[in-house]
Design a protein around this ligand. Structure first.
Ligand code: GLN
Length: 629
């Protein structure tokens, strides 16, 4: 028995716990090291908060596409306190619109403590929604006349952010409601300045309740990831807030989320964040990830000491500072090629292929990758314009572009207008984002331009359509619609008059209607067809998957030519694309030719060798191009 077997049989498998993501290991290490930091004090001004275990400590990171990494006490619940403020701000924006909200609450950092009574002189407007005054005013704007109505809406939305139903900690709520005299004073101040229009009590109670919503560290990170994902919870796929308000929420977090430490925070950590006095911090890196940290000991500003340290270290270690954004535009161009270098899988006669090689360099293919927004689209526009200088036709491939924002779609539509006005033609291909582009083009292009733009989702088909157009434009009149003579087919070319006459006697005419099968995969019929007019497609048809078009044939080429060389079953099916007129040479006829006229069969085999050599060369060039791509 070999050692591998003895290992599995004795259950002596390698330790699975040792195979951890390096990201997980970094969080573990950070947690191990920072848990020895005992600085700061647990908040006691809300008496119930004083009962927290000061050693609780959890770290969680969730990517914008929903991968969760966590270390420590990430399931321990606590009240979210002020972390409710930015989430609630989103609700107010949805309920009252941005102008309605800004009329009541401004967005300037106060530079003061969270419970300061910072109202704008004159208007009485709270300076921002992250300090208590602004947050209570925000709760006033949430739809609902009673505490119950408001808090139902609030808890429902918070639950969408967390991806699970959240609840209120009644004890903490009562504890704050009984002692929150300063917040009540702020409420009455707001009423005095008509920032709150009614009795402030229902709003204040709803505010105390929203602060008492129970969440754990993992919930905070998921909430943060939801904001980083444009308002959609990446784990549930459910929207928690309208995407248009995410930037407003993150703006106030960035400038005011850490109260009188906000300036130092954005300088040193550079990730919009919000803290709560129970010890939570929620931090959001737009488009990338969310962080949740929980540890109850607070510094003088009321922010979690370990929470700050975790965010600061993660920011440095992973290079997350918002103003240190990577330049992603450089990689948006995947490759650039031309129809002279890269062809479709159409099997063409030597004449057609020579034509494409000559004319093909005026057809440039640009392949893009990654998301398109302003900076990447700028690069796309610039490179396309540069290529257009030496091109008549441009093929733009968006297969590897998952997202095109409206700015990029608009720029591309404007680019198309310029190119079309400059006499170029365009083909757009690939990917799910094509529909969005087509919509933008419809809005921007004058109707008379449409004949010179094509949207062909399938890249292969796009290549082939362009080639067919060149062939049609550049060949002698009638090419493609004319019925070829058999000796115009490349396998039968240059045989001489006598040989041609003999051969013609062996060829049997065949006509296939469009859609009719010419060759069936698996069959061993050994018939060689010469296409004299029309075209045919080669299909692979896997049992449980959609069939795949892998190649096609033009007039002048031969179908099933490999059956001259061996007797293997047909590897794919061939179906007439248009009506196909052809002549057939059976294996038996070819064998009689070999016997009676060996010189003729040798010429045909020589032509076959040349054709295969030509295709092999073309394939080699394309494989090289694909590898360098
Ligand atoms: N409920 C707390 C208060 O109003 C929230 C403060 C905070 O978390 N910074 O005092």
């Amino acid at each position: 028995m070999n050692s591998f077997h003895s290992q599995t049989l004795t259950g002596n498998m390698p330790d699975q716990s040792a195979i951890l993501s390096p990201i997980q290991l970094i969080l573990n290490e950070l947690h191990r090291r920072l848990k020895d930091n005992h600085e700061g004090e647990v908040a006691t001004y809300i008496p119930e908060l004083g009962k927290a275990d000061p050693n609780w400590f959890g770290i969680c990171l969730v990517t914008a596409d929903g991968t969760v990494y966590e270390a420590g006490d990430t399931a321990q619940t606590f009240t979210i306190q002020s972390i409710s403020k930015p989430l609630n701000y989103g609700i107010a924006l949805e309920d009252k619109g941005q102008p309605g909200v800004l009329k009541k609450i401004w967005m300037e950092p106060s530079g003061e403590a969270f419970n300061s009574i910072s109202l704008q002189p004159g208007t009485g407007r709270p300076l921002n929604p992250m300090i208590n005054a602004g947050a209570i005013a925000t709760t006033g704007l949430v739809e609902g006349d009673t505490t119950a109505e408001k808090i139902r809406r609030i808890v429902d939305v918070f639950s969408l952010y967390a991806g699970r139903p959240l609840e209120i900690d009644e004890t903490v709520y009562r504890s704050e409601s009984e002692t929150g005299h300063r917040n009540r004073a702020i409420g009455h101040m707001l009423r005095n300045f008509d920032i709150l229009n009614e009795d402030p009590t229902p709003t204040l109670e709803a505010y105390f309740m929203q602060c008492s919503v129970l969440a754990n560290c993992r919930d905070l990170a998921v909430m943060a990831a939801t904001l980083s994902n444009g308002g959609v919870n990446p784990l549930t796929g459910q929207r928690a807030v309208a995407g248009e308000y995410v930037e407003n929420i993150l703006s106030v977090m960035g400038s005011c989320g850490m109260y009188d430490a906000a300036g130092a925070w954005i300088y040193q950590v550079g990730i919009p964040a919000k803290s709560g006095v129970a010890g939570g911090i929620l931090a959001v890196l737009p488009g990338q990830l969310g962080i949740g940290v929980f540890s109850p000991r607070l510094d003088a500003q009321g922010n979690s000491v370990r929470g700050i340290a975790v965010c600061r270290e993660l920011s440095q270690k992973f290079n997350l500072h918002l103003f240190n954004a990577a330049h992603q535009a450089r990689s948006v161009i995947r490759t650039i090629s031309s129809s002279a270098e890269v062809g479709s899988k159409r099997i063409r006669s030597a004449g057609e292929q020579a034509l494409l090689q000559k004319q093909g360099s005026r057809i440039r293919h640009l392949h893009f990758q990654g998301e398109l927004q302003f900076t990447t689209a700028e690069r796309v526009v610039r490179e396309t314009l540069r290529e257009a200088e030496q091109a008549d036709h441009l093929l733009l491939n968006f297969k590897h572009v998952p997202v095109i924002d409206h700015v990029a779609a608009d720029l591309l539509a404007r680019l198309a207008v310029t190119l079309l006005a400059g006499g170029r033609t365009l083909t757009l291909t690939g990917g799910s984002s094509l529909g969005k582009l087509e919509l933008a083009f419809r809005g921007a292009l004058p109707p008379d331009c449409w004949s010179r733009v094509e949207f062909i989702p399938d890249y292969e088909l796009a290549l082939e359509t362009i080639e067919n157009r060149i062939v049609a434009q550049s060949s002698s009149p009638g090419w493609g619609s004319r019925l070829l003579e058999p000796e115009e087919c490349e396998l039968l070319a240059d045989l001489g008059a006598e040989a041609t006459r003999i051969l013609r006697g062996l060829l049997k005419p065949h006509v296939f209607a469009a859609g009719e099968r010419i060759i069936e995969a698996g069959s061993t019929d050994r018939i060689l067809y010469f296409i004299l007019r029309g075209s045919a497609d080669v299909w692979i048809e896997p049992p449980d998957q959609p069939r795949l078009r892998v190649a096609s044939f033009s007039a002048g080429t031969a179908l099933g030519e490999l059956s001259l060389l061996d007797a293997s079953p047909r590897s794919a099916s061939v179906v007439a694309h248009t009506r196909v007129e052809c002549v057939a040479l059976s294996a038996a006829a070819f064998e009689s030719l070999e016997k009676d006229h060996p010189a003729i069969s040798a010429s045909i085999l020589r032509n076959l060798a040349l054709t295969l050599a030509r295709r092999l060369r073309k394939a080699n060039i394309e494989i090289t191009a694909a590898h360098s791509a």
